[in-house]
Design a protein around this ligand. Structure first.
Ligand code: ADP
Length: 549
């Protein structure tokens, strides 16, 4: 028997319509460094989005499924692109501006992007790539920047504001199939080649509803979210889309991501929520410790992308900024779990233990753990295995390229269609995930596994340690052993012996690193995570000054 309900497709154009009418007065504020920020209401964003879509279709000839790439920081125009491309039936492709040029060229050509929307300030990055970009026909430049390098190049060049000026402020958005491609994003390749994940209208819509749930980020039109996580990092974790559903205001930092400007934005624009990877917050913490500010409005901070060190969570608690830890990946849109403690633990000694897990699975994300011998493991909080997930906003394959079949590599998808995350951990009986490592980062010492994340967390809780990354290095006797890479805080006097003794207070003796090295900064990936590939290579090349104790 069929239902009697309406079958209304879950489309991004519907989110846009809702946000720009019901939440017409909510705002996107873009930080511009010196001077008053640029402010635009959701109603204005809606009108400009329609203008952009008209320009893309009528002036640039964009048709269904054409890929519209963005090489942009977080700002209002990038939000307009977020809604214009998918709503008109094209596909938004956000480019990670921190990738090495060769990878960017590979990605643009693989996705066959036809149009690139670029910030004027990022032209020095784009211009040298253009001769290698085989599919790009149009470059649309937004904002100030030296455009002289664009003279005489292949693609046609347009100015964003001139292009959209005088276009109609309404667009008759097509009634698309909700399963069609809306946006695409390549994984940042922390552990291999980039792989393209193609989100559908339906997956973005359902994911955005999840972001807005009370047990998730729970933002309303009374909130302002400082969206530090880049729009090219898995759709800024779904925040711009979620904002158009629930009306929360967006504060966009543009390219001003250093701790000083971020602290200034918080003091002057008074956001209530913020989202970014842990390294951003470590930087902000150092800044506000050295130069205290009034950050009192910022009471909710979503941290994900890599494990949040407990010491960071505690330090933020002391400042009144409550951290909510979340886990996800490009393939999961990205929200996979979020660590809101269960009601019975709130206010008890158990609460922190729940908050520091990667979080609880929401409805729609199913999870299972697979042990080293291929068996499924119980959710008992102790059996550790590789996490596999499935659900309506989880990838079933990677983009294979134009006219090619989607890719389903065996190491990424199970025979019955679940995503193999490559993350290793446990799940408690009440559905909280605790990750101990990435499968590729686990240290396999004499048949036992050592969690690099656990060693890092303990080291980073030492008051004289600013950052610490631990990687596996080859060892003749044990197969692999941990190498501790440490950045000391200003004025620190602690030595390796002292750090090892500190670790020994919480970590089993056989897990303690013998190899130690001091560095100025831990190498980071394009999205600000510790780049362990680079540390392993530096060790192999002998470029690190390693002390054995
Ligand atoms: P990349 O694979 O290039 O790093 P993603 O942003 O898709 O790009 O990274 C997803 C991975 O990041 C996850 O598989 C996991 O290993 C790690 N990750 C994300 N959030 C967390 C978290 N809260 N704790 C630990 N690891 C995390």
């Amino acid at each position: 028997m069929l239902s009697t309900m309406q079958d209304v497709p879950l489309l991004i154009s519907r989110m846009l319509h809702h946000g720009s009418t019901v939440h017409a007065s909510s705002r996107v504020t873009t930080w511009i460094g010196e001077g008053a920020p640029r402010r635009r209401t959701f109603a204005e964003i809606g009108a400009r989005t329609a203008q952009l879509a008209h320009a893309l279709r009528d002036d640039l000839g964009v048709r269904d499924d054409d890929r519209i790439a963005t090489l942009m920081w977080n700002h209002a125009e990038h939000v307009e692109a977020y809604f214009a491309a998918p709503s008109m039936g094209a596909v938004l492709h956000t480019l990670n501006l921190r990738l090495p040029p060769k990878q960017l060229v590979w990605i643009v050509n693989h996705a066959a992007d036809r149009v690139v929307l670029v910030d004027g300030s990022l032209l020095p990055l784009l211009v040298p790539l253009l001769p290698h970009l085989t599919s790009v026909e149009h470059v649309v430049v937004s904002g100030p920047g030296d455009r002289s390098g664009l003279a005489g190049i292949g693609p046609r060049v347009h100015d964003y504001e001139e292009l959209i000026a005088e276009k109609p402020t309404a667009y008759d958005w097509p009634e698309l199939d909700e399963r069609r491609a809306a946006a695409m994003c390549y994984t940042s390749g922390t552990t291999g080649d980039p792989k393209g994940v193609v989100f559908s209208h339906r997956s973005v819509y359902l994911h955005s509803m999840q972001v807005n749930m009370a047990h998730s980020m729970a933002l309303t039109d009374a909130d302002t979210s400082l969206i530090v996580v880049p729009q090219f990092h898995v759709n800024a974790w779904g925040l711009p889309h979620a904002a158009f559903m629930s009306g929360f205001n967006m504060l966009m930092p543009d390219r001003f991501l250093q701790p000083g400007p971020l602290a200034e934005m918080i003091t002057t624009e008074r956001p209530t929520h913020a989202a970014a990877v842990p390294t951003i917050w470590q930087g902000l913490l150092a800044e506000v410790t050295a130069r205290p500010r009034d950050l009192s409005t910022l009471t909710q901070v979503t941290i994900g992308g890599s494990a949040c060190p407990p010491s960071l969570m505690r330090a933020f608690d002391t400042l009144g900024m409550r951290v909510c830890h979340a886990w996800g990946m490009t393939e999961t849109s990205p929200l996979g779990t979020i660590a809101r403690p269960p009601a019975h633990a709130i206010g008890t000694d158990e609460e922190f233990g729940y908050r520091i897990t990667q979080g609880r699975f929401p409805a729609s994300v199913e999870a299972r753990l697979r042990g080293p011998d291929g068996d499924l493991l119980p959710w008992d909080g102790t059996a550790a295995g590789e996490l596999e997930v499935r659900g309506p906003w989880i990838a079933a394959a990677y983009y294979g390229g134009a006219d090619a079949e989607p890719l389903r590599p065996d190491d990424k998808f199970s025979a019955d269609g679940w995503l193999k995350t490559g993350d290793v951990g446990t799940i408690s009986p009440d559905g909280y995930l605790t990750l101990t490592d990435r499968a590729k980062d686990v240290i396999k010492s004499g048949g036992e596994w050592i969690s690099s994340v656990e060693l890092e967390n303990v080291l980073m809780s030492h008051p004289e340690v600013a950052e610490a990354a631990v990687v596996a290095v080859p060892d003749e006797k044990w197969g692999e052993r941990p190498l501790a890479t440490v950045v000391l805080a200003e004025g620190a006097t602690v030595g390796f012996e002292g750090l090892r003794a500190f670790l020994a207070e919480t970590v089993a003796p056989w897990q303690l690193p013998e190899r130690w090295t001091l560095v100025q900064a831990v190498p980071k990936t394009s999205v600000g995570k510790f780049d362990k590939k680079v540390i392993r290579k530096q060790y192999a090349d002998g470029t690190l000054d390693v002390t054995r104790i």
